[in-house]
Design a protein around this ligand. Structure first.
Ligand SMILES: C[S@@+](CC[C@H](N)C(=O)[O-])C[C@H]1O[C@@H](n2cnc3c(N)ncnc32)[C@H](O)[C@@H]1O
Length: 324
């Protein structure tokens, strides 16, 4: 992440702060729309620099968090190839590198040339990303992807109409053995993740994370939404572009990681921030038997109680390294 921050600082160096701030305002207005667009939103270098400074640290952390959950379920696995569709400035390529450092074949596809150009420039600073291929591609019915180990689709479904979302998930399912989809942690983002999850299961995938099973999601539609939170440290650069003085912010995201590889998902997952009370921890769990439950772990549970005090929203439960 520090490498990414340094690369972002270099990128903004020399751009007038007022121009970047104006581009951030335009982006916020565009993304608030939550509707598919017919032409790229990221039109020029100021737009893209603003996107990179304003959103990339957060999308990076969300993807990194989803990939960490996937890596826990597939210990020993390292993707030999990665394609990031709608990859923009390449946040997911940095997240894949952080999760599984090393050389691999990396392709980033997007229809916005200015985003690809900035992504390429940022990646030049990373030894394992500098040879990535940055290619123009439009997501639609005729999208075909080369075979690869891992396809990521991060904060993209939101910008697509339903037929294009379906075409993208189908293309990813044909090309990759493992697919990770990340969306904003809103009810609409969750609904798009569930739509993609169902499609991947129909294509023969099993869910690796966050769900402990590949059956239907136990959340009754419209009553709640499954989402998680990733802490994003704000650099002075980030504060300058976004305003405010907080040292961090929490990025809410929904995701699904699905695979054709043999994977044993977590027995349960913590789906809300654990509540710590005197001598006990309340855990809201999504369980392998396809239901949501609230468990209470008390001091009497010994080591498990210690683990519960350390448990975080989004963690597997019980933790992978717990003895019990
Ligand atoms: C919100 S950005 C996310 C970028 C990156 N994946 C990330 O997580 O930071 C959405 C990206 O999807 C791309 N995109 C949207 N619709 C597209 C389409 N029909 N074909 C190709 N790319 C598209 C945009 O150009 C943009 O780079």
């Amino acid at each position: 992440m520090n490498d990414l921050r340094t690369a972002l600082a270099d990128l903004l160096d020399g751009l007038p702060p007022r121009e970047v701030a104006a581009a951030v305002d335009r982006l916020i207005a565009n993304y608030r729309g939550d509707t598919p667009t017919h032409a790229p939103i990221l039109r020029d270098r100021a737009d893209v620099a603003a996107y990179a400074a304003y959103r990339m640290p957060a999308t990076f952390e969300a993807v990194r968090s989803a990939l960490a959950a996937l890596a826990d379920v597939l210990p020993g696995w390292t993707p030999a190839g990665h394609t990031d569709v709608g990859g923009g400035t390449g946040a997911a390529t940095w997240a894949v590198q952080t999760t599984w450092p090393g050389e691999r074949a990396v392709t980033v596809l997007d229809w916005a040339e200015p985003a690809l150009a900035v992504g390429r420039r940022l990646a030049a600073a990373h030894p394992a990303l500098k040879d990535a291929r940055w290619q123009r591609a439009r997501i639609g019915a005729d999208l075909t992807l080369d075979d690869t180990d891992l396809v990521t689709v991060s904060y993209v479904l939101n910008e697509l109409a339903e037929p294009d979302r379906a075409a993208l998930v189908d293309a990813a399912a044909r090309a990759a053995r493992t697919v990770v989809i990340v969306e904003a942690g809103t009810p609409a983002g969750y609904a798009r993740v569930i739509e993609a999850r169902d499609r991947l299961i129909r294509a023969g995938f099993r869910i690796a994370a966050p769900c402990p099973h590949s059956a239907a999601c136990p959340i009754a539609p419209g009553t709640d939404w499954c989402h998680f939170s990733a802490r994003v440290g704000r650099s002075s650069l980030h504060r300058q572009v976004k305003g405010g003085s907080l040292a961090y912010e929490d990025e809410k995201f929904s995701y699904v990681a699905a695979t054709r590889l043999p994977a044993e998902p977590a027995p349960a997952r913590v789906v809300r921030r654990p509540q710590i009370r005197k001598g006990q921890v309340l855990l809201d769990l999504c369980e392998a038997d396809e239901r949501l439950s609230r468990g209470t772990v008390t001091k009497r549970h010994g080591d498990l109680y210690k683990a519960a005090r350390d448990a975080d929203w989004g963690d597997a439960w019980p933790p992978y390294d717990s003895a019990s």
